[in-house]
Structure formats: structure tokens, C-alpha cells
Design a protein around this ligand. Structure first.
Ligand code: MLT
Length: 314
């Protein structure tokens, strides 16, 4: 019998074609909740990204499940312990989208340094007063990278040619080769990094130890006029404290690829229009969790997921 793979979130079609070679595919990307629950019971494997909450209730509904494939990096939406207790394997593809996420982070850093979102908004309002929008040269800045893993390290490498001062914080001393290659100085603690950086960028996996790692006290330790970039997980920053720091003028700009909670994906009927305190501000740039959403990364992730599933299910 061919194994059944249930796809719960959109992945690149080349990955689905590769999975069809050895499995029956059930597309649940647009299925209503009840249909989803019924179909889950027949699945040997599920493919998810970061939206589906693979919690105990999900795992209980998936009675035949052998493997959860996380087609991406972050595992914070998967209860790995609950899966293990039920004998279900879990894997992710940790490097498949790092380059895309790093490139997008570089873009966010350039946007806040050059005040691009404000400039676009000003011109949209027929305001061409460029002297009100002077930005900074990256070469003159200190950029603090919190987390020197797959994405943070690539961000450092992309920034190196700009000649800026790079600081990093990372618990893994094994990364000493990375520090040298990207010419990054390791900070002894987060406060040192925060107090010296003009722009801080977050690159950590989310877990309970680092939830709100940037709280009111830590945001207050950032340099006055500094900017924050977050393309990792929204929950790393206390959003209420972030709004206060912006209102007080302590932070000059924030670029976020994520919000807490994340808005619903797909078509949004007008009556359910998503509202959020961080939207609609001149000093905040928000994008829809798209740092890793390039055709290139999505194809790589989907093909690698298919390859790993073939191994797990054979
Ligand atoms: C990831 O964790 O890989 C990225 O946040 C993209 C995603 O899968 O949503």
C-alpha cells in the first residue's frame, strides 16, 4: 500500500510531484477544519510550515501518523515532545531557507537605515522634502546580531562588505570560526550588544527561555534612536513595550516580518480585516512573514522534504 501524505500548507509543486512518485497526496491546504480532522486519521505523514499548530489534539486526530515534516526551519509550532511520546518522528529542513531569510534581513536593515518606508509614504503624499528623510551609511553603523546560527551568520557575511562594525551574541562557542570569517565581535552579554548597536537584528529560534527576550528593560538598554529588525519570531519581542519605546522616541524605527498574533493567511473578508497596534505607523515597517518565501527557497525546501519523506516512509 502506498503511504498517505497530507499537505496542510502550500509548498512548492515540484516537491508535491516528487512525493507523488511514492505516496498518495491529500491536499488539505484549503480544507475546512472538520474535513481536515477526518482526513488526518488516514495520513502516514503530514507536511506543515509555520501556521499549523501540531499539538496534542492534532496528534490525537492523526491516528496513523508516523512522521511530521516541517517544510522550513522553526519548530515552535510543533509539540516535539508530544510527538515523541506517541512514537511519531519530526524533522525540519533547517538550512533550506537561510539564504533567503538573510537576504531579506539585509533588505530590512537597509530600509530602516535609509528610511525607505517613510520616503515612499511621503512621496505618496506628494511630499518631496528629502532633508526630512536623511538616513545613515551602513559603513558608519554598529549592527548587533542576536543569534549567529544559519541565518544570523549569513546576515553577518552579507553585511561584511559594507564595512560596518558587527557585534553578535550567541551561546555556542563552537561558532568561533564564524566570528573570524564574518569579522564579528562576540559580546559577553546581551546588554553590551544592545547598548552599542545602532541596529539590532534578531535571529533566534523561539522557545520559552527567549520569549520576550527583548522586554521593556532590554529595549530601554538599546541606544536612543536605534532601530530593531525582527525576521525571526514575533514572540521574541514584547510588543507592548516596543510600542512604548517607539512612542517615547527611544527607538527610531522597527522592521518586522512577523506580528503576534500572525494574521490569517489567504483571502481576508473585509469584515475580518486584521487590526494590530503596530500597523499604520510611520516608524514601523511590517511584512507578512515572507523572509523565506522565495521561489528558490520554497522549491529547495519542498524537494528536500520529499526526499526525507521517501526515506522515512520506505
Ligand atoms: C521558517 O521557520 O522556516 C520560516 O519562518 C518560514 C516559515 O516556514 O514560515
Amino acid at each position: 500500500m502506498r503511504p498517505v501524505i497530507a499537505i496542510l500548507e502550500n509548498i512548492h509543486p515540484d516537491g508535491i510531484a516528487a512525493m507523488r512518485e511514492f505516496a498518495t497526496i491529500v491536499d488539505l491546504t484549503t480544507a475546512p477544519v472538520e474535513e481536515c480532522r477526518q482526513c488526518l486519521g488516514t495520513a502516514d505523514a503530514v507536511v506543515v510550515k509555520s501556521v499549523t499548530q501540531v499539538n496534542a489534539a492534532f496528534l490525537d486526530a492523526a491516528k496513523n501518523l508516523k512522521v511530521v515534516a516541517r517544510c522550513g526551519t522553526g519548530m515552535d509550532n510543533i509539540d516535539v515532545e508530544a510527538a515523541g511520546a506517541r512514537g511519531i518522528s519530526v524533522f525540519n529542513i533547517p538550512k533550506g531557507n537561510s539564504r533567503s531569510a538573510a537576504e531579506f534581513t539585509l533588505l530590512m536593515i537597509l530600509c530602516v537605515a535609509k528610511r525607505l518606508p517613510e520616503a515612499i509614504e511621503a512621496v505618496r503624499n506628494s511630499d518631496f522634502r528629502r532633508h526630512l528623510l536623511e538616513g545613515r551609511e551602513i559603513s558608519q553603523l554598529t549592527i548587533g546580531i542576536i543569534g549567529l546560527g544559519n541565518v544570523g551568520f549569513r546576515v553577518a557575511l552579507l553585511l561584511k562588505p559594507f564595512g560596518c562594525r558587527l557585534l553578535a551574541l550567541d551561546p555556542k562557542s563552537a561558532y568561533s570560526d564564524r566570528l573570524e570569517e564574518a569579522q564579528v565581535t562576540l559580546c559577553s552579554d546581551i546588554d553590551a550588544l544592545l547598548s552599542e548597536s545602532d541596529i539590532v537584528t534578531l535571529h533566534m529560534s523561539l522557545n520559552n527561555d527567549v520569549r520576550h527576550i527583548l522586554d521593556a528593560a532590554r529595549l530601554a538598554r538599546m541606544k536612543r534612536g536605534a532601530a530593531l529588525v525582527n525576521c525571526a519570531r514575533a514572540e521574541l519581542v514584547d510588543q507592548a513595550a516596543l510600542i512604548s519605546a517607539l512612542d517615547a522616541g527611544h527607538l527610531s524605527a522597527v522592521a518586522l516580518d512577523l506580528l503576534e498574533p500572525e494574521p490569517p493567511y489567504g483571502a481576508m473578508p473585509e469584515e475580518h480585516e486584521f487590526r494590530h497596534a503596530l500597523l499604520g505607523r510611520k516608524d514601523v515597517l511590517v511584512t507578512p512573514h515572507m523572509a523565506a518565501s522565495t521561489i528558490d527557497a520554497q522549491r529547495t525546501l519542498a524537494l528536500e522534504t520529499a526526499h526525507r519523506l521517501r526515506e522515512y516512509l520506505s
